[in-house]
Every structure is written in C-alpha cells, then in structure tokens.
Design a protein around this ligand. Sequence first.
Ligand SMILES: Nc1nc2c(ncn2[C@@H]2O[C@H](COP(=O)(O)OP(=O)(O)O)[C@@H](O)[C@H]2O)c(=O)[nH]1
Ligand SMILES: [Mg+2]
Length: 223
Amino acid sequence: MVRVDGRNFSKILSDFEKPYDEKFARIMVNSAVAIMKEFNATLCYIFSDEANFYFQHEIFSRRVEKINSVIASMFSSSFSLAIGKPVSFDSRIIHVPENLLVEYLSGRQKECWRNHLNAYAFYKMLEKVKNRNEAQRRLTGMKSALLHDFLFERGINPARTPAWQRRGILIHWVQEERRKIHQGKEVVFTRRVLKQNWEPPLFWTEEGKNYLSTVTGVVGNGL
Ligand SMILES: Nc1nc2c(ncn2[C@@H]2O[C@H](COP(=O)(O)OP(=O)(O)O)[C@@H](O)[C@H]2O)c(=O)[nH]1
Ligand SMILES: [Mg+2]
C-alpha cells in the first residue's frame, strides 16, 4: 500500500467549501486516476486529503525511495495543475499482506468516519464560539455518541450526509463490455476501465469483503 497525504491542507483548502467540497474530492480522484493508469494500481481508497494505493505487483523493483518520491511527485503535480498553485503530498509505504487488506482498509474507513463527525462538529462549533482554538478545545475528548447528539441538535443527521463524506471513495478496475461493427458483423469485446465508487460498502461487512474480493481477485485469505 502506498499512502499519500496532502501537506498543510487545512490552509491550502481555505478557499474550498467547508467542511466538504465535492470539487476538491474530484481533484483528488482525478490525481489518483493518473497514478492508477501510470502504475496499474489495483485499487485506490480516498478520503479527506489522503489516497491509499494498493499494488499487487512490484513497481520500481521495490525501491522505497523511488516509489515514494515518484508517487508523491506525480500526485502533487496532477493536483497542482488542477488548482493552479503548487502543493505537496508526502508518501509512505505500508506493508499489507493479503490477509490484512480488509483490516487496513477498514482502519482507514473508520478514520474517515471519525473525521467526518469531527469536521461537521468543528464547523458547527465555530458558529457558537467564533474561535478555532476554542472550537477544537471543546470538541477534544467528546466521544462519538456525544458528537452525534451535538450535530443532531443543530439539524445535521450524520447518517444522511453524502455517502462519499462518510465512507470515502473507492476507485478500481472493471471489465466493461463494448460492441462494435467489424466487417458488417457486431463484435462484443471487453475493455479494462476505471470505475469510481462514491458509495462504497463498509469494508468489514460481508458485502464489503465480497466487493474487495471481486476487485482484487483475492479469494479466502481474510477476504
Ligand atoms: N475546505 C475543505 N477542507 C478539507 C476538505 N477535506 C479535507 N480538508 C482539510 O484537510 C485537512 C486534512 O487533515 P490533515 O492531513 O490532518 O491536515 P494538514 O496537515 O493540514 O494537511 C483537514 O483538517 C481539513 O481542514 C474539504 O472537502 N474541504
Ligand atoms: Mg494532510
């Protein structure tokens, strides 16, 4: 797994909609697509300013510096071209054997959910206290259930926000059937294309595991 994370994005995204901006999410997705096509990653899981690329083959003969620097620079340059100013992403490698794939992705998806509650609560709290430090201080230590109640009372049902904000976005390859006319006859053929799923299942459920199994071709072994 190679994970990139935007540097200083709380500042960089100050002109974007808060707490969530679909335009920003689309730029993350498009930058990830560039990497997936170039290096044939099996899947990518995105939320907030991070993207997790899963590789089932060797790239750069497993040379760590090469992988991290090239993935980070390609992601950063795609993103920068899209927003018109220079930004940077860091990159790290996490060794995830097949039997821990579900656990790894579930961990990131739980982080996505916590982020989501915090992000909405933070901006609601800011309406009350008008000071970022004070808003953060009041939220620190609030358990999920309390954050839920806090949001409910202010008209936000955190179970009904757009799915990509709660669950993240999964990009993966699918075989798509195409048809064409060749010498007067219809020919059916398949092509490998990237699919963006903005409503992925919860990865630790049966549905989630089956989905990941289909996408990665891993059968059994934790899936
Ligand atoms: N305005 C806006 N900000 C976002 C969005 N998604 C993520 N962010 C910001 O990106 C930050 C990412 O967190 P983190 O990587 O820990 O902070 P960083 O060190 O500033 O990059 C969050 O704290 C948010 O402020 C979005 O959709 N809109
Ligand atoms: Mg960041």
